[in-house]
Design a protein around this ligand. Structure first.
Ligand code: HEC
Ligand code: HEC
Ligand code: HEC
Ligand code: HEC
Ligand code: HEC
Ligand code: HEC
Length: 268
């Protein structure tokens, strides 16, 4: 009796910071003061950290680093203009900032830092964590919160989503730990879209399976962010998403070829 009723009135998990002020958080410089040895060196080359990078000797910045690059320059307090056929002063804030810079205030569309700082994944970190690592998200002792971890990666990687409150194509003040999906409208049909290439589709499918089907295989079962490696995916024995990239019944070394595309990031 009761379980059925509960099903109808079940509250979604977690909280949201949509519409609230950006919280105070510790910046990466301070984190690296203590974590320089294990994190610092590789962080200088991590695609997340350098997704926006200052171009030495110029007034300009680069957006992207691996396959596609765009030009940026400062345009007011913690805002960028993006180059198309001329400098566009509004587009970066309206369409890009939330996933390529840190702690964007949706009201002003200005960021706290350019590039992605520790906060974007680890959230507001209690400095008492140095004595008790259960206090910090994504620590070795906090790997079992699958929907929470999933929401962190999904906050940027489900490209094509829309904030219900701002109508912007990126989350409204998402703070790691939050339930992203209370404010972000996601087109989950992409998870089964046979026309989508495997590289893009596996992200949707992985996020959908964790959020809606109770899968316990999150992005970080396969990806290691700090080493930039997907080596550990070989240890995942099976998951519905293997055949996005491999072929059913064939040796795993056979891999589907794919090229990641994105209308949102303008490399369709
Ligand atoms: C705040 C936004 C944001 C969050 C949160 C985020 N990513 Fe990313 N991620 C990006 C962006 C932007 C890039 C591309 C950077 C570039 O090339 O300029 C990227 C690139 C990547 C890449 C390809 C580059 C590489 O290093 O191999 C992987 C894999 C990846 N992210 C996995 C993850 C996982 C796993 C999580 C969750 C733990 C996560 N990301 C969280 C924005 C984000
Ligand atoms: C919803 C979050 C989101 C928004 C909004 C967004 N990006 Fe991205 N962007 C990403 C992620 C995630 C990646 C990495 C994807 C991957 O490698 O699979 C990325 C990668 C990139 C890259 C590097 C790709 C490469 O392979 O080297 C460029 C350049 C880029 N984005 C430009 C833009 C521009 C320009 C805008 C705004 C017009 C924008 N992005 C808006 C999330 C976003
Ligand atoms: C894009 C998401 C992301 C960003 C940004 C990020 N981290 Fe992490 N961090 C992770 C994930 C995921 C883990 C869990 C281990 C793994 O999968 O790599 C982790 C683990 C760690 C660990 C524990 C090491 C371990 O082996 O478990 C430390 C320390 C750490 N991060 C510090 C930092 C610092 C300092 C910064 C900023 C300079 C930062 N992280 C930025 C995602 C991120
Ligand atoms: C005053 C020093 C100090 C500062 C500042 C600091 N940490 Fe830590 N952190 C530690 C110590 C000590 C540990 C526990 C030992 C270890 O695992 O490195 C730890 C552990 C961690 C872990 C878990 C590692 C594991 O083994 O599971 C993560 C993740 C982490 N810190 C992230 C951060 C982030 C992100 C920041 C910035 C917001 C930060 N730390 C700031 C000292 C610090
Ligand atoms: C079952 C393992 C697995 C899971 C779960 C998984 N991935 Fe992947 N992902 C991979 C493998 C393997 C690759 C290919 C890496 C390569 O080519 O070296 C990849 C590639 C990527 C890329 C790189 C695309 C590019 O630019 O070339 C991104 C970004 C990414 N995954 C993000 C995610 C995110 C975000 C999640 C969670 C929502 C996720 N993945 C879940 C295994 C997985
Ligand atoms: C996003 C694409 C992607 C997904 C999803 C994916 N793989 Fe892979 N897999 C690759 C790529 C690319 C390689 C070759 C490079 C490498 O080792 O990372 C590979 C290699 C492997 C290898 C090593 C094969 C050999 O003989 O060298 C194994 C084992 C493997 N995958 C298992 C799996 C399993 C099990 C799953 C599902 C849980 C899975 N993969 C999901 C892309 C993927």
């Amino acid at each position: 009796m009761i379980p059925l009723l509960l099903l109808f009135f079940q509250q979604p998990w977690g909280t949201t910071h949509a519409g609230k002020p950006v919280p105070q958080f510790t910046d990466g410089e301070e984190c690296l003061f203590c974590h320089r040895n294990e994190i610092g060196a590789a962080w200088q080359m991590n695609a997340h950290g350098i997704t926006v990078n200052e171009k030495a000797g110029t007034e300009e910045f680069t957006l992207g680093s691996r396959n596609h690059v765009r030009r940026l320059k400062k345009a007011g307090y913690n805002k960028f203009a993006i180059w198309e056929s001329g400098w566009n002063e509004t587009k970066f804030g309206d369409r890009c900032a939330g996933c390529h810079t840190t702690a964007v205030d949706p009201a002003t569309k200005s960021f706290a830092y350019y590039g992605l700082d520790c906060y974007t994944c680890h959230g507001v970190v209690d400095l008492k964590h140095s004595g008790d690592t259960t206090l910090v998200l994504l620590s070795k002792k906090r790997r079992n919160e699958d929907p929470v971890i999933n929401a962190i990666c999904a906050s940027c990687h489900l490209r094509g989503s829309l904030s219900k409150s701002t109508k912007l194509p990126y989350p409204n003040n998402f703070v790691p730990g939050d339930n992203l999906f209370l404010d972000l409208q996601v087109d989950w049909a992409q998870a089964d879209n046979a026309d989508l290439n495997p590289g893009d589709r596996h992200v949707y499918r992985s996020a959908r399976d964790v959020e809606q089907k109770g899968s316990t295989t999150t992005c970080i079962n396969c990806h290691s962010v700090h080493t930039g490696s997907s080596e550990r995916h070989r240890r995942v024995l099976s998951s519905a998403i293997c055949n996005d990239c491999h072929f059913e019944g064939q040796p795993r070394k056979e891999v589907r070829k794919y090229t990641v595309r994105s209308i949102i990031c303008e490399y369709p």
